[in-house]
Design a protein around this ligand. Sequence first.
Ligand code: BGC
Ligand code: BGC
Length: 602
Amino acid sequence: MMHRNPSRTLVLGVTAALALTTGGAAVAADRPVRDRVDRLLARMTLDEKLGQMTQAERQAVTADDITRYRLGSLLSGGGSAPSPNTPESWADMTDGFQRAALATPNKIPLIYGVDAVHGHNNVVNATIFPHNIGLGATRDPGLVRGIGRATAEEVTGTGPDWTFAPCLCVARNDRWGRTYESFGEVPELASAMASIVTGFQGERLNGRASILATAKHYVGDGGTTGGDDQGDVDLSEAELRKIHLPPFRAAVRRGVGSVMISYSSWKGVKAHGHKYLITDILKKELRFSGLVVSDWNGIDQIDGKPGFTAEEVRTSINAGIDMVMVPHEWKRFIDTLRAEVQAGRVPMKRIDDANRRILTKKIELGLFERPFADRSYLKTVGSAEHRALARRAVARSQVLLKNDRDVLPLARDGKLFVAGKNADDIGNQSGGWTITWQGASGATTRGTTILDGIRQTAAPGSTVTYSKDGTGIDSSYKAAVAVVGEKPYAEFEGDRPGAMGLDADDLGTIERLRASGVPVVVVLVSGRPLDIAAELPKWNGLVASWLPGTEGRGVADVLFGVSRPTGKLPVTWMRSAEQQPINRGDGQTPLFPYGYGLTYRR
Ligand code: BGC
Ligand code: BGC
């Protein structure tokens, strides 16, 4: 221990003495956070400060790099998991990285970030909760806060300290591939659901199983022209403030620890280089005191050309970004920023402010005292309790849109036929950001498919027949359930500039069911409203399931009336794709308005 000061050790309390044995050797835990930050800063070299501002991808570093370059943070990109992908190996991995960080003179712990955006979704067998659009349909901020808490516990057991969630985007155009990451199309909804920040962070950041939350993507990500991911937001300042800023204000009020900048631009200027948005509005006006992190290679886009230049590094840091997510080119980033500082183009004051913000959050999180994974939480990963919470959230998120002649709820003892590509597919019902970045079809993780849920809920001895494409149905069935919709996607890969209807497979499946004369209920598993108006008259019932995650039994709960449907549309449902963008109060006539949602009569 290089900086231990014996005379001070004498007056330390027990907790502080413990701190000496782990991180923060020289910075007593019983001092005010400000003091501890000042003391640390006073003894850090420029290179140590640059390291703190750097976030690299875990696959792009060795333990030795972490120690040598004094890296401040690592992340797992979407799907970037240790092998085998088990909770224990996550904990081993993050602890290994942490030991490397603690082997530096100032023993500043790393902060490790993951996209735990609907549960701890990179981890096989973790609980996968509904994506935000479904949570928006619940209209239940308390439930959503509970999901934040459960997710934080699962994350804590496996070692990361930071989630890049919640996405507080207000999705204004359903063509956008990230619509499902949005709680809904109006600012009030996303603002109310900022409650999840309190779930992630707990009442106090240094509480047990508290992780740092990230309000993202600041600002206007859901407001791009054409719903183009990472595109341009062509709104007046008044509109930007009215529609896209409020959820960030709500998150700041809740003490959110970090804010991630959006890839998008505002009137042609990339947010990553936007000093007015980052420093003037977010930091000064909203008084955000946490750390601003860039998006993945986000600074590369400032000049519209691939890769980052010295000018982009300077512009982004001077605009107010405190930590830069430079997954692979972190060495060049450090060298470039050092040169900019030495040339006086990035003021030392800015570097110190960034470090102050980063170190403050690390201290508040208790990382200096408890730098390692708290393995007592390992057992919460995919636990029965968390899965029960997810099932409840799924049931609450279902939106009943059509129910002709009370075709729903289904009789538990009726003869049922189930079909559709999303009926028996954990991957499809979980969507993007599940085990991998884009998500994938198939049995990618453990869970209950919607078909499993239907089977478990139907009365013992009753008949539930399944065929994926609907072949084999005959008129002897009481009802047919077609579970159709979208397959997984994430970010720009989900942009839909053209048609937004069901694919030919789904239409064929439904047609086969209909031909039998049996009443057909469509369960739509999708990240957004689809263009279904022309088909709807042929269906007897319609439920919007969104992307429910691993607990498909929650869907069955609603189909059978174990739970009454209470979900309300978090977005306006288009009458045709040409209506996009379509939003509450814009004068267009939708198929179903924002807030629509039926329930059962009894
Ligand atoms: C996404 C962010 C995410 C980051 C790290 C980016 O591509 O836009 O939402 O947090 O990657 O995975
Ligand atoms: C990563 C994601 C990231 C994306 C950005 C992917 O390779 O896994 O985390 O968001 O790249 O384009």
